[in-house]
Design a protein around this ligand. Structure first.
Ligand code: GLN
Length: 524
């Protein structure tokens, strides 16, 4: 094991990485047949697991336990790796800082934190029914548990729950910087060497941005490549499962263990599409000439980008050119300019629809009738008003507007059309074929193999004290480099570069995930 549970608890006190830590994690499988044997991992708290709550760092689901494991956690457990716990995040994966969720901020390990944020830990034991039943998702309390102890269909679980100091924000030093988000806990767990790898979700950059801010690898595969069964939906046309690690081979191995079709997730690529991808890969390997062609979209010449990032971008390209393996070409993807408003229209629309299920009636947090004035506000309204945080409520309102009769044509449909244009423009730039867009002819060999762009526009993550008071639109600007690839569903790896919070994204054609992984090795 990388670190034992006591060490993890001690380090976690400073950075608040976990929403729950397993009391007795299953030891990693050492057998030679376990592809991920010996490895430990942490998983973002929006993937369902039966062993502890799946909270999405929201009051709404703070003690909700799922009756089933997500496909990702089942596959990882079958592969012999051992889960240490669930990681902190922005509420419902909406954000890029991991400072505003119900369980408090996660801090960036690259910037030492002097004082503890966690006051104490509490061990919670609960039982769930083995078979899915009418009690789905409810923790069975310990007194009921006693009545059940002899029944064979109950399994006992225990986890360690951190308790934050009330004045946690005042304990953060003025120099402390955000870890990025929304998968900030997963990035910090890897950066602090608490686990070998971690799992996050990436809808618009949530794996790549915190990976960049913590100087580790963050891989967002092609949309649909890894099953999202059991990943609580934020914006389902964009949500992907991402992998983080300090070690590229580990990212590769984890991806191979998860890269499977799944009938439970209708957006997961089918076996026949996967075959097409494999054939295109063989074709692509034959087709690559002596040199790999790299594209630099002119739209990424962003005025606000720090000079130091531009300097490192050039130095990375020069280093690659020196290896005599690559040629660099300027390319154009004009709709990149419209990515930010397009993304925020589509993701809020989808989120407002997805989050309507949290009404306090079916599961999760509920304000009792006796606690609210039902004449003024029905129970479910009070529940949603107090169960969701400020950013989530803001996005529900924005999304409802985009889907309303006022905003549907002018916002939602327009954003959908721009997204279509963006997909076509990216497709035209690559020499490989898109695995879902039918082309009768083989593509010409003129396109590029890979795109390289920065992961962020700033060379240092914002200070926590500043970011806390940043207005929402300014904070959305932090996603400017990661969103275009999410809209187009392209495989993208953020690789660490130099020391500190610096990263670059390697972007491949839709379906060419292994090409991205191979290229990352070359850059390494
Ligand atoms: N920061 C973006 C947002 O808030 C992306 C989040 C994500 O990828 N989950 O929507």
């Amino acid at each position: 094991m990388k670190a034992n549970i006591k060490q993890i608890q001690n380090i976690n006190k400073r950075y608040n990485v976990f929403t729950s830590i397993r009391s007795n994690p299953t030891p990693p499988d050492n057998s030679p047949f376990a592809p991920l044997g010996n490895l430990t991992y942490a998983i973002k708290d929006n993937f369902t697991t039966r062993d502890e709550p799946t909270s999405c760092s929201s009051k709404m689901l703070s003690s909700y336990v799922s009756p089933f494991d997500s496909t990702v956690s089942s596959l990882l457990n079958q592969s012999g790796s051992s889960c240490i716990g669930k990681t902190n995040m922005d509420e419902f994966a909406m954000g890029n800082s991991t400072i505003s969720g119900f369980f408090g901020p996660t801090l960036n390990p690259l910037y030492p934190q002097e004082r503890d944020l966690i006051e104490s830990y509490e061990e919670i034991t609960f039982a769930t029914k083995d078979s899915i039943s009418e009690n789905d998702g409810e923790i069975i309390s310990s007194d009921i548990m006693n009545d059940y102890t002899n029944t064979s269909d109950l399994s006992l679980h225990s986890y360690i729950k951190p308790k934050l100091y009330n004045d946690a924000f005042d304990r953060i030093s003025n120099e402390q910087r955000i870890v990025g988000g929304s998968s900030g806990g997963s990035a910090a767990a890897v950066a602090l060497d608490l686990v070998d790898f971690s799992i996050g979700s990436d809808t618009g950059g949530s794996v790549r941005l915190p990976a960049c801010y913590t100087n580790i690898y963050g891989f967002k595969p092609t949309y649909g490549r890894i099953s999202r069964w059991g990943l609580l939906a934020y914006a389902q046309s964009l949500d992907t499962v991402g992998i983080m690690s300090k070690d590229l081979d580990t990212v590769w191995k984890v991806f191979m263990s998860l890269d499977l079709s799944d009938s439970k997730d209708p957006s997961c690529l089918s076996d026949s599409t996967r075959e097409k991808i494999a054939i295109e890969r063989i074709h692509s390997k034959k087709n690559v000439g002596k040199k790999i062609k790299i594209g630099i979209p002119v739209e990424f010449q962003i005025e606000e980008m720090d000079e130091s990032i531009k300097k490192y971008w050039k130095s990375l390209l020069n280093k690659l050119k020196e290896s005599k393996l690559i040629e660099v070409y300027p390319v154009s993807v004009p709709s990149i300019k419209y990515s930010l408003p397009t993304y925020y229209t589509l993701c809020t629309a989808e989120a407002s629809s997805n989050l309507s299920r949290y009404d306090g009636i079916r599961y999760g947090y509920r304000v009792l009738e006796s606690e609210c004035n039902v004449d003024i506000e029905p129970e479910f309204v009070t529940t949603r008003n107090t169960g969701f945080g400020e950013e989530v409520r803001r996005r529900i309102i924005l999304g409802n507007y985009a889907l309303s009769s006022y905003g549907f044509d002018s916002h939602f449909m327009k954003a959908t059309a721009v997204r279509g244009m963006l997909i076509d423009e990216f497709n035209d730039v690559f020499r490989d074929r898109h695995c879902l867009i039918e082309t009768k002819q083989l593509k010409s060999t003129n396109g590029v193999d890979m795109i390289i762009v920065p992961t962020t526009t700033t060379s240092q993550p914002p200070l926590v004290k500043d970011f806390k008071n940043t207005d929402p639109v300014t904070s959305y600007m932090n996603d400017i480099c990661t969103i275009p690839m999410s809209l187009a569903g392209l495989p993208t790896m953020s690789i660490p570069y130099c020391e500190g919070a610096m990263g670059f994204q390697l972007v491949g054609q839709h379906g060419q995930d292994y090409k991205v992984l191979e290229f990352a090795r070359l850059v390494d």
